[in-house]
Write a protein of this length. Structure first.
Lengths: 139, 77
């Protein structure tokens, strides 16, 4: 179900320094886990976790070079880094959020994401809420 | 006065002592100052001083003196 901003929940983004323990926990919960995937454009490694009755989780962990998780993981070895929402039009949803009074700052403009078969994703910072990933819905 | 308040905001977001902030303070000299911190800094300054930066400023004002100068200009408007 969409809402006023044209968004529907898609997944949690879980940032971890190393994936071993997170993979073990998710596996024990019954999640199906993908093989690790390098997202070159974001400079992070990803593991996609799906479950028949629980929300999807994207496990995100650093590559060997400094990337966007450096400060996120500075004080904690794991935390929910972003919430992801699906929408039909990323630009329109951002406009809707701004029109709704949100302070929205673009972090990463719409970019094809290998984890989602090349569908566009964008990252924004919603003031007072946090980092939100927007993924364009399958057409 | 404004400069001290600005230093306090940067210090809180970057988790460094405000005394360590000077005209050399920038992403190249502060390890914790990455792209996400950049935005958190700018939004925290907006809260503290009741101003609003453009999206371009939020991304491009990447040093203490650059932020101070832009903030000063906004306050004169």
């Amino acid at each position: 179900m969409m809402n006023g901003y044209g968004l529907s929940f898609h997944h949690f983004g879980l940032a971890v320094r190393t994936p071993v323990r997170a993979v073990h926990f998710a596996g024990a919960l019954g999640y199906n886990l993908s093989a690790p995937l390098l997202d070159v454009s974001q400079n992070v490694n990803l593991i996609w976790c799906t479950h028949p009755s629980m929300p999807a989780i994207e496990i995100i962990f650093p590559t060997e070079t400094a990337g966007p998780l450096a400060s996120v993981l500075q004080k904690s070895d794991s935390l929910i880094y972003h919430l992801c929402y699906e929408c039909s039009d990323i630009g329109q949803s951002i406009e809707n959020m701004i029109g709704g009074g949100e302070r929205v700052v673009q972090i990463v403009p719409p970019t094809p994401a290998p984890l989602f078969d090349g569908r566009e994703v964008a990252f924004v910072l919603i003031k007072g809420f946090g980092v939100v990933e927007l993924v364009r819905a399958s057409s | 006065m404004m400069e001290e308040r600005l230093k306090t905001v940067l210090a809180q977001v970057l988790d460094i002592p405000s005394q360590a902030i000077n005209d050399e303070t920038a992403p190249a000299t502060v390890a914790s100052w990455d792209s996400l911190k950049q935005m958190q800094i700018m939004l925290a300054i907006e809260d503290e001083f009741g101003v609003q930066f453009s999206d371009e400023q939020i991304h491009e004002l990447q040093s203490f003196p650059a932020i101070r100068q832009a903030l000063s200009a906004l306050q004169k408007k």
